[in-house]
Design a protein around this ligand. Structure first.
Ligand SMILES: N[C@@H](CCC(=O)N[C@@H](CS)C(=O)NCC(=O)O)C(=O)O
Length: 146
């Protein structure tokens, strides 16, 4: 945490390099270890992944934090419902958010989903999002870490 000028976690130290911001760390690790690529080949699909990652990190997670800390909870609940509706709509008939492949877009939702009780959120009204989230946490690379 002291290594991150923003004073936050996560922070990754790789040799002489200090990398922070989870979205940047995730792309860095994906580029470094390419046995299971988590970014699509097409430039347009990579942009779509980054848009979802930004959506989760700048909208969904902060709204969850507002709910947890009960900051203007009614407005936060309405915002969260909008966010979950957008996710649910994007997943109609689909297993993944972008290009029918597991990418950093899907991965970025996992920490939110595993903390959903803290955020007072459940996905019962969002069946596509719920099916997708359950499949994400059941992945063999994810389940043992929970
Ligand atoms: N945008 C940053 C957010 C990092 C963040 O907010 N980390 C929290 C923990 S989840 C933290 O370090 N909080 C301690 C603090 O703010 O003092 C990222 O995605 O890495």
């Amino acid at each position: 945490m002291a290594q991150n000028p923003y004073g936050k976690v996560p922070v990754l130290v790789d040799g002489d390099g200090v990398i922070y911001e989870s979205a940047v760390i995730n792309e860095y690790l994906d580029e470094k270890f390419n046995d299971l690529p988590l970014m699509p080949k097409s430039q347009l699909d990579r942009a779509k992944v980054r848009i979802w990652v930004d959506f989760f990190n700048t909208r969904v997670h902060p709204t969850g934090s507002d709910l947890q800390k009960e900051r203007d909870p009614e407005k936060a609940r309405a915002r969260m419902a909008q966010h979950l509706r957008a996710i649910d709509d994007a997943l109609v008939g689909k297993d993944y958010l972008v290009n029918n492949q597991f990418t950093l877009a899907d991965l970025t939702f996992i920490p939110f989903y595993t903390r959903r009780e803290r955020y007072k959120v459940n996905l019962d009204d969002y069946p596509n999002a719920k099916r997708w989230a359950e499949s994400l946490v059941a992945r063999p690379q994810v389940a043992p870490t929970l």
